[in-house]
Design a binder for this molecule. Structure first.
Ligand code: UD1
Length: 397
């Protein structure tokens, strides 16, 4: 049985690592990993392959940066040839980035069975690039592997056939559970110093910030307003801010952290971190401020209060059961809620069901059972018999 797994951007690498690990347990599975090259910097790509022990990809399509349409078109053109030659039994895509949708469309057009890991999540905000990628990928997939019950409801509402939906848990949390001990012992300097700029003493309490979404950083007024809120919070707790390349460009453009200002703010802006470095820092942070999807889930799994600088989330279980709170694009609210966390009044949560480190095992078992038996992935027979497995049709409607 031949599986073609396609990845392209930073969060994909975290999700594919535990799946590849699991696939290795099945001698009958031959896995071909293809990297689209959407992310290409060492820090955004190779460092993750190293930390997560992902084997080098069979092929890197080298598409690089560009508009969403350019990226998508290039990936499709290059992948078509690869898929034609590899003739996989199933194509596996993860998450919601441009590479995910591009690979999904190519596979579907070529009549190849398609599995989408992290299916069903919806922010209901079509201005988010990822939302289109999610909706379109799910419309094409034969196997829809879902992290939380809201995803099952969304897929049902969109009329996806019940027997294609599998609530399996969260592969990102599989990776977190596996790598957390190593991340905690990973050397992080006691003093984190941005080159030639301010520093944060990591022996005391600190907050961790990640912001990279176009909706947060691309509009100058919005970004300045959030930065001003961060400056206020940083007077009470130092903030470490590993910056995504897009955010770095915005910081440079709007000059909000020139050397003299940064020294005064207590915001330590550092380059993007590797997986282990970031997870190690995250696990000890007192407060997390983010606009990332994955970081909302990781904070919930770690039990650390997370303030999400967005108007909506496609991961509502992190709000209802986890430690996540949406503060919107609202600087004043961000400061108020951060102060609550620092007073010890931050949200306490619990680990969502099935975020137990075994999501990849459930997924790979389904693929092994369903793809080999019958080979008719376009009309997948009912479900697996695995006892810890929750098929969507077992959930209340
Ligand atoms: C992508 C995903 C987003 C995910 C994020 C994680 C889409 C639509 N978005 O956003 O969901 O949260 O990855 O990082 O796929 N760049 C570099 N080096 C790199 C990669 C990018 O400098 O290795 C710069 C380029 O200037 C590029 C910009 O970052 O134009 C944005 O990269 P892109 O791949 O378009 O999307 P992300 O913003 O990274």
């Amino acid at each position: 049985m031949r599986i073609l797994a396609v990845v392209g951007a930073r969060p994909n690498f975290v999700k594919i690592a535990p799946l590849l690990d699991e696939m290795r347990r099945y001698p009958e599975m031959e896995t071909i990993l293809v990297h689209t090259g959407q992310h290409y910097d060492y820090e955004m790509s190779k460092a993750f392959f190293e930390d997560l022990e992902i084997p080098a990809p069979y092929l890197n399509l080298g598409v690089g940066s560009g508009t969403a349409v350019t990226q998508t078109a290039k990936i499709m053109l290059r992948l078509e040839r690869v898929m034609r030659e590899a003739r996989p039994d199933v194509v596996v895509v993860v998450g919601d980035v441009n590479s995910t949708f591009s690979a999904a469309f190519t596979a579907a057009r070529m009549g190849l069975p398609l599995a989408h890991v992290e299916a069903g999540l919806r922010s209901f905000d079509r201005t988010m690039p990822e939302e289109l990628n999610r909706v379109l990928t799910d419309a094409l997939a034969d196997f829809l592997f879902v992290t939380e019950p809201s995803g099952v409801e969304n897929l049902r509402r969109e009329g996806r056939p019940e027997e294609r939906i599998y609530l399996v848990g969260n592969v990102m949390i599989d990776a977190l559970r596996r790598f957390l001990p190593r991340a905690k012992s990973h050397p992080i300097p006691h003093r984190l110093q941005a080159p030639g700029k301010s520093h944060v003493d990591l022996t005391g309490p600190y907050g961790l910030v990640t912001l990279h979404r176009p909706s947060t950083v691309d509009d100058r007024a919005t970004f300045r307003m959030i930065w001003a809120a961060l400056e206020v919070i940083a007077q009470e707790i130092p903030l470490v801010f590993p910056v995504h390349p897009r955010t770095q460009s915005r910081i440079d453009e709007c000059g909000c952290c020139g050397p003299w200002r940064e020294a005064a703010t207590g915001i330590c802006v550092v380059p993007p971190m590797s997986y282990l470095q970031f997870l190690g820092l995250q696990s000890e942070a007192k407060l997390i401020i983010t606009d990332s999807g994955g970081v909302q889930e990781e904070s919930t799994a770690l039990g650390i209060p997370c303030l999400t600088v967005r108007e909506s989330t496609e991961r509502p279980i992190t709000l209802s059961e986890g430690t996540n709170l949406l503060v919107g694009l609202n600087g004043r609210r961000l400061v108020e809620e951060a102060r609550k966390v620092l007073r010890g009044e931050g949200k306490k949560g619990q680990l969502p069901r099935l975020w137990d480190g075994h999501a990849s095992a459930r997924i790979v078992r389904v693929l092994a059972d369903q793809v080999t038996s019958g080979h008719e992935a376009k009309c997948v027979p009912a479900r697996t018999s695995a006892p810890d497995f929750v098929a969507a049709s077992h959930l209340p409607t």
